[in-house]
Unconditional design. Structure first.
Length: 450
């Protein structure tokens, strides 16, 4: 674990690590927040006296359960399911479900912890949670995914509800999985409610929800660039991942006149120097969302380079949008990006940049946005989906997109308010941490020792 210059941070982290052994991603997320917040809390004794940060690192509730299901061969498979209900001070728990073989308690606690700050930043009334399973959807048939989702929901349904905890998608959970989960919830509970977000348009979903995280990230980066008098037009953009967030970040960046030159998956990345235009992106949508193939097939189809086992950060670009997974951009890669003239890094994924990478971006005064601010568009439109479900009225896509845009601008303003230093450089990490903290902390103080 990294050491802080601030002994109070190290003292705090020693306790967190002792209480949560082995949960390295959770330690990393808490450390980053503690670095910004402990000095702020020292200046605001009410939060110190109320032990708000100490309370916030302890989930309100952790659920862990068995998910047995039958595969296509009739064999029994057993996975482990989780739901971390982290904080409900400002609204019902809200956060995605992740299906990936790497899922364990430490990853979901880091994601749930980040989600509390992110949801607070959106200005909507949502607490924070996260869940998922170590199930690997890769190579599974639709029928196997359905049986798994039904078994997961057969336990999860009793712990969630439209006024209690509202799950959504994340890695490995898209429209198909939300459909299976929603169907099983409805069947068990015998009611049609907005208990999940990311639903299909015909059954309670919101327009722009699939686009929201990727679009929101580009809207946020656009605001950052504007502080320096830049925009996306004519810029070269490198994106990692090729799932939901990466696809729509590519689309929006291209709409704004940029050229997106890379996409990746866990096997490698493609480099298309001519840019991934609308036609090529349509191929990626089909490849990833329907055929569920590998990004390598793009290289074969369009005769471009494919780098097996590598990440895209060695390719020269103006803007980098890491949109795959945690810790996918390290210190060495950050140095290469900076040396190649990159001016802006905006996280589409959660915690994709390592602490060493973030330190370098700050040192070199590169525009850098942490995911809890820049990828908050997804949960924001989930919040708008909840509103539409409560009203039983759908909004037009222009209206949702406009609201998404306004929310991203507002999050950017909050980060600037709390993160701008004396030299004018905005530390968006500090801004997002303090901006997200204040609302939750004040609500916790108002609600007593809970
Ligand atoms: P998807 O499952 O749609 O796509 C994930 C992409 O990341 C795939 O290309 C996948 O490749 C790649 N990936 C996953 N794990 C790894 C790994 N260990 N190493 C390298 N590549 C990997 O997920 P999303 O696009 O929804 O999510 C991407 C990120 O964005 C996550 O960090 C998520 O938490 C975050 N996020 C998502 C939101 C949403 O609304 N969906 C909201 C806010 C944040 P492969 O197919 O090979 O696994």
């Amino acid at each position: 674990m990294e050491q802080s210059q601030n002994p109070q941070v190290n003292e705090f982290m020693t306790k967190v690590i002792a209480k949560n052994p082995g949960e390295v991603e959770f330690h990393q997320a808490v450390f980053e927040v503690a670095e910004s917040l402990i000095p702020y809390i020292e200046e605001h004794p009410k939060y110190k006296k109320g032990k708000i940060l100490e309370r916030m690192v302890e989930p309100e509730r952790v659920l862990m359960f068995r998910i047995p299901w039958l595969d296509d061969k009739g064999e029994i498979q057993i996975n482990r399911g989780f739901r971390i209900q982290m904080n409900s001070a400002i609204g019902p728990y809200k956060g995605g479900l992740r299906l990936h073989p790497t899922v364990y308690l430490g990853i979901l606690k880091f994601l749930a912890f980040e989600q509390v700050f992110k949801n607070s930043l959106t200005t909507l009334p949502m607490g924070g949670s996260k869940g998922g399973s170590d199930f690997d959807p890769k190579g599974k048939s639709d029928s196997e995914v359905m049986h798994f989702c039904q078994s997961l929901m057969t336990e999860l349904y009793r712990h969630i509800g439209p006024n209690l905890d509202i799950p959504a998608g994340d890695i490995g959970v898209g429209g198909r999985e939300i459909g299976f989960l929603f169907g099983q919830y409805k069947r068990i509970k015998n009611e049609f409610t907005g208990v999940l977000t990311g639903k299909g348009l015909q059954w309670g979903g919101s327009l722009i929800r699939p686009e929201a995280t990727g679009y929101g990230n580009v809207y946020f980066a656009k605001e950052m660039l504007a502080t320096k008098g830049f925009d996306f037009k004519g810029k070269t953009v490198s994106i990692s991942g090729s799932g939901n967030v990466a696809q729509f970040a590519t689309q929006k960046a291209t709409h704004l006149g940029a050229k997106v030159i890379t996409l990746s998956d866990s096997s490698g990345f493609i480099y298309d120097p001519k840019g991934i235009d609308a036609k090529k992106l349509a191929f990626v949508f089909e490849l990833k969302n329907i055929k569920r193939g590998r990004i390598k097939e793009y290289a074969t189809k369009y005769n471009v380079e494919y780098y097996e086992g590598h990440r895209p950060w060695g390719i020269k670009c103006d803007i980098a949008l890491p949109c795959a997974t945690q810790n996918e951009l390290n210190g060495e890669e950050a140095k290469i990006l900076i040396d190649n003239g990159c001016i802006c890094v905006s996280e589409g994924a959660n915690m994709p940049c390592t602490p060493e990478a973030i330190n370098l971006f700050h040192e070199k005064k590169i525009l850098f946005a942490p995911g809890k601010a820049s990828n908050a568009g997804g949960v924001s439109v989930s919040g708008l989906e909840m509103t539409q479900n409560s009203m039983r009225l759908p909004w037009a896509s222009e209206e949702v997109d406009k609201k998404l845009h306004e929310i991203m601008v507002s999050i950017h303003n909050t980060c600037v308010k709390y993160g701008k230093g004396d030299d004018g450089y905005v530390n968006y990490v500090k801004g997002a941490n303090i901006g997200g903290f204040v609302k939750v902390a004040d609500a916790m103080l108002a609600q007593g020792t809970v």
